[in-house]
Design a protein around this ligand. Sequence first.
Ligand SMILES: Nc1ncnc2c1ncn2[C@@H]1O[C@H](COP(=O)(O)OP(=O)(O)OP(=O)(O)O)[C@@H](O)[C@H]1O
Length: 593
Amino acid sequence: MSRTAADGGPGHPAGPSQLALLLRPVRTRLIAAALLQLLVAVLTVLTFIALGQLLSALIGDGVTDSVRGWAWVAVIGLFAAPAAHGISFALSFGASRQVEYAARRAVVAHLERLPLGWFTRNGSAQVRKTVGADIGSLSVLVGEGIPMLPRFVATTVLSTGYLLWVDWRLALVVMAPTVAATVIITRQGRNPSAEEAEHEDAARLLGARTTELAQGISVFKVFGQAQRGTQRFGTAADRFAETYLRAEAVEARRTRLTSILSSWIVTLVVTALAGTVFTAAGWIDGIVVVPFLLLSWVISRGVWSLPMVLMAGRRARMVGMSLAQIFGETPLEVRRGETPRAEPAVEFAGVSFGYRADKPVLREIDLRLAPGTVTAVVGASGSGKSTLARLIPRFWDVDAGVIRVCGRDIREVEPEQLYRDLAFVFQDPQLLRRSIADNIRLAKPDADEATVAEAARLAGIDDRIAELPRGYDSVVGDDARLSGGESQRVAIARAILADAPILVLDEPTASADPESAARIQDALSNLLADKTTLVIAHQLNTVVDADTIVVLDEGRIAESGTHAELLAADGHYARMWAASAKGSTRQTEVTAR
Ligand SMILES: Nc1ncnc2c1ncn2[C@@H]1O[C@H](COP(=O)(O)OP(=O)(O)OP(=O)(O)O)[C@@H](O)[C@H]1O
């Protein structure tokens, strides 16, 4: 069993083919831009040939009719080449913006269809990297790389062809350094050096350590380990710097030879020396050297830009891989189903699930949450309570069995419908960096202010919101800094407003202090009225009134019943209850002392 599909989901070809799909709508514009760059190449080479002819005429042959023609070519080339380049750039730049926008939309649309569990595993880092940096590189590739490549090739081929035609022997000598540089650069450009790869690794590690330090600095400090936290970061930063210097040194060594070989001054000197030798030997007329001086310079400039073209190719591969990773994730499939929607019950029938094939977390769960009842799930840490709760909103799909919500297999329900039937409040209430009002009305964007305020009142958070500088318009994280318990109550207000018939609550009081926990419990009692509820609880005293208490033990249902029934059964639950009673007595004694 695998939670990822490396080979692409249905309708979403991975990698390069995804890139091809994105480029298809702008294909015509890119072809036009590339053709214009070909024209620029032709005009550039013609201009230099014309310059050669003019210089030759000035030095020796005298001005003839054909020279006048070449003068026109030079003038036209001088104006037409920048104009063609300008139009080509406008076309490819426009196309790059369109591709960038389409790529971001395609990624976001695909993300919308991924199971929620994917986000808990990957967090926001990969999404940020793909939607931000990688798609940014894609834009550079489309805007510059794709049109510039034909220009580079055409300039080199045309100039070389012309020089070979003028005098192939001199051409071979003059071109030798640039050909050598081209071969070396192309071979080097294909694979990054070991030092470069090591530096990439160090950069990734530094990124991870920076996040760890930013998120965990308070924990390190509280335990007197601030130095250790910064030490881990410092070691990563040192390694980053060291590998950078090493990679740069290797790069400098690698490029030393090629930058000499492809430098224009070397080309000019080689051309002048070879031209002198050839002329002295009587193999050529001295005037023939003029076009060589001009065009070998054009070629060396092209070779100079080759590493950038190759870099664009490497980036394209990287972007392709990054997109493949996201598009390779199998989206939530919604199967065709004919079962009509029934009363708001939740059923687990023979459900088994594991995050890994060799480690089942839930085994053969049979459970029914009857409409309008509260079912509490308790059990030791790691027994699978949160996993059970998260399977209902399809964080992951079951490996065996079926989960039904309102009588229908959840794999046959459109997510929009499923999330209308379900509201969930988890341990870590995720509030968006938006106004409090927007956070509450997430499930009902058109809810008016009075309705939002009423939900906040029922959730017991209205008085705290009133204290905020801009009340309901205060923005979470900016002028609304809320405690864990307060955030939890905002999440409950959101669930109250959503008014879904089924509620899934995963330890909603987990991060709250006793006073806050009591307020959350009050808020929940407003939320629970008439709902079908599944609540995960650590503190048994919060669930004694539940209609059914289910005890999970190593992923299996060990027993279930009411509080009184389970105490009478004297099994798992009774032992947990006795242990929790002992714990709270000890707690009371400690507090009294
Ligand atoms: N996203 C995940 N990927 C891999 N394993 C996971 C993931 N989430 C939980 N697990 C593993 O599944 C098992 C059950 O975890 P779960 O969180 O469901 O237990 P729990 O009963 O809710 O525990 P607790 O009361 O401590 O929150 C544990 O062994 C846990 O390590």
